[in-house]
Unconditional design. Structure first.
Length: 119
């Protein structure tokens, strides 16, 4: 199943207090991670060396940014079961998967032919 795009609400992104406090560099890295997560079907490993290489930044810089993205009551990033997650993106991905599945099932339904009554 392919999900080539996702919904993005610029107003939500621009007015999120967690995003507002980030530097432009941190915002760019966060946005790149969201895109990488989507491309990896939300299966991005929580592996700091892998992620720093993926983002083309030093391990030290990645650890600093990861810490900033992972703090607070509602963190932008969370590590769960060996994966790096963004809960909003994960929710959108799950909803999109369900929508695509429902559309596929609708297309596969076989319509019953109309039977005409013989007089």
């Amino acid at each position: 199943m392919s999900l080539p795009y996702f919904k993005h609400h610029p107003q939500d992104y621009l007015h999120d207090p967690r995003i507002i406090k980030l530097s432009y560099e941190e915002k760019g890295i966060y946005w790149q991670l969201i895109n990488e997560m989507w491309s990896a079907k939300m299966q991005l490993p929580d592996d700091d060396e892998f992620l720093s290489a993926l983002l083309r930044i030093s391990l030290e810089k990645w650890l600093s940014i990861k810490k900033k993205l992972s703090i607070g009551r509602f963190p932008l990033l969370e590590a769960q079961s060996g994966l790096l997650l963004n809960m909003e993106s994960r929710h959108r991905f799950t909803c999109a998967e369900e929508y695509v599945m429902m559309q596929s099932l609708k297309r596969l339904q076989i319509k019953k032919p109309k039977v005409s009554k013989i007089k």
